[in-house]
Ligand binder design. Structure first.
Ligand code: HEM
Length: 159
């Protein structure tokens, strides 16, 4: 980062002259993966706008809106295959989009090979854990588990 005489602050382009030659990286070798990743960010971003704003509208504004959100509300939504698939696609796209965005930031700003490898390993492990757990929750969620103690289950299960 450098400050010019008129106090404007400018940030150097990533991977520009600031990097020591000992951390120089060779270009290429990845086919068109980076181009596809660039395209994925645009396509997933456009789809996420529809998924996220519909999600917010249905959960927070329709009917009693935010006041209706509780355990039973979520149970009711996930009883419908439409909302299961909606939430699944939203989870996967948001996670892959966010993970790829952070991957690019790490590639741009972490100079040492070991730093990049460490940060990206943590990123990928965290993403896989969240995607797998989230997917399992959406499809295995049972609001009224058989055999659960009566004081542990929701009122509507007893009816
Ligand atoms: C509302 C829908 C969204 C749209 C339209 C959108 C759009 C975009 C686009 C076009 C980029 C690429 C920017 C570039 O290459 O310069 C981007 C980057 C990124 N997005 Fe999203 N995004 C959305 C939602 C999300 C969500 C939900 C997350 C987090 C899970 C997220 C995390 C990121 C990150 C970390 C980057 C990299 C930032 C960067 O390059 O500076 N985005 N987004």
């Amino acid at each position: 980062m450098s400050t010019s005489t008129n106090e404007a602050v400018s940030v150097e382009a990533p991977r520009s002259g600031r990097i020591s030659p000992k951390y120089a990286r060779t270009a290429g070798g990845k086919g068109n993966f980076e181009m596809l990743a660039w395209l994925f960010m645009r396509v997933s971003g456009a789809i996420l706008i529809v998924l996220i704003f519909t999600h917010l509208f249905v959960n927070l504004m329709v009917g009693d809106g935010i006041h209706a959100v509780d355990f039973g509300f979520v149970a009711g939504k996930w009883a419908s295959p439409l909302w299961q698939v909606w939430d699944l696609v939203m989870l996967w796209l948001a996670m892959l989009h966010g993970t790829n965005g952070v991957r690019v930031i790490i590639n741009d700003y972490a100079d040492k090979n070991t730093t990049r490898m460490t940060l990206k390993s943590i990123l990928y492990i965290a993403s896989v854990v969240i995607i797998v757990l989230g997917t399992l929750v959406i499809f295995t969620f049972d609001p009224c588990p058989a055999g659960a103690p009566a004081d542990m289950i929701a009122d509507f299960c007893k009816a």
